[in-house]
Design a protein around this ligand. Structure first.
Ligand code: DC
Length: 225
C-alpha cells in the first residue's frame, strides 16, 4: 500500500459548536497534528488586553504581532497555550478573551499577518485545523472540510458546563447573549466571515454527542482514504 500524502482536515463552525473537542478527537484517531486557530486569535487578544491596546486599532495590533511569542505544549488532557513564556490556559478560555478575539479577528491586516503562522502547523502525517476560515481561506485545498453547527441555546449550555468544570463562574443567559453577538460579528465581517466553504460537509451537532459526531466525521474520512 502506498503511504497517504499528508492532508488537512478543516473543521469550521461558530463558537461553542464543539469544534475543539471534535478536532482533538479526530487528530488523535488519525495521529495528526492539531491547529486550534481560535487560540491564536485569543492569544493576540490577550496580549492586546494586557497592553491596553485599542482593539479597533489595526496598525497597533499588527505591531503586537512583531513580538508575538506563543507556543503550545501537550498537557495531560488539553494543549497548554503559552504567551511570552507564561501558561495562559485559564485566561484564554474566558468569555472576555473570546469576545476580544472576535474583535481582533475583524481586521484584514491582522488576518493576513497570521496566515503563514497558521499554515506552518501543516506537517506530516497531516493536520486537523479548527476555526472559522480553515476551509475557506487558510487551507482552501484541505482534503476534508467540515462545518460544525449547533443551535445557540445548546452552545450556551455546553459553554456553561465547560466553564463550571474549569472552576470559572458563568450565567447561561449572559452566555447566550454573548454567543449570539459573537456569531453575528463573525458572520457579518467583511473578511473571512463565518460561512461554510462551498465544498464543506455541514454537520448539525445539536442533537448529537461528541462520540456520535466523531463517528460521523470519521466515516466520511475513512470512506475516502
Ligand atoms: O474558536 P474560538 O471561540 O476560540 O475563537 C475566538 C474568536 O476568534 C472567534 O470569535 C473569531 C476568531 N476566529 C477567527 O476569526 N478565525 C478563526 N479561524 C478562528 C477564530
Amino acid at each position: 500500500m502506498t503511504p497517504e500524502a499528508p492532508f488537512v482536515v478543516a473543521i469550521d463552525g461558530p463558537s461553542g459548536s464543539g469544534k475543539g473537542s471534535l478536532a482533538g478527537s479526530i487528530a488523535e484517531r488519525l495521529g495528526f497534528h492539531l491547529l486550534d486557530s481560535g487560540a491564536i486569535y485569543r492569544l493576540l487578544a490577550l496580549k492586546a488586553l494586557q497592553q491596553r491596546t485599542d482593539l479597533d486599532d489595526e496598525a497597533a495590533l499588527i505591531e503586537l504581532l512583531r513580538e508575538f511569542d506563543i507556543r503550545f505544549e501537550p498537557g495531560e488532557e488539553l494543549t497548554i497555550p503559552f504567551l511570552d513564556g507564561i501558561d495562559v490556559a485559564r485566561e484564554l478560555r474566558q468569555e472576555r478573551t473570546g469576545d476580544a478575539a472576535s474583535r481582533v479577528a475583524r481586521h484584514a491586516g491582522v488576518r493576513s499577518n497570521l496566515l503563514q503562522l497558521q499554515r506552518g502547523f501543516f506537517r506530516s502525517p497531516g493536520l486537523v485545523a479548527d476555526g472559522r476560515d480553515m476551509g475557506t481561506v487558510v487551507f482552501p485545498d484541505a482534503r476534508f472540510k467540515f462545518f460544525l453547527w449547533a443551535s445557540p441555546e445548546i452552545r450556551a449550555e455546553r459553554r456553561y458546563k465547560q466553564l463550571i468544570t474549569m472552576g470559572l463562574s458563568a450565567n447561561i443567559a449572559d452566555l447566550l447573549a454573548e454567543i449570539e453577538e459573537r456569531d453575528e460579528r463573525d458572520r457579518s465581517r467583511s473578511v473571512a466571515p463565518l460561512v461554510p466553504a462551498e465544498d464543506a460537509i455541514v454537520v448539525d451537532s445539536s442533537l448529537l454527542d461528541l462520540t456520535q459526531v466523531v463517528e460521523l466525521v470519521m466515516e466520511h474520512i475513512e470512506s475516502e482514504i
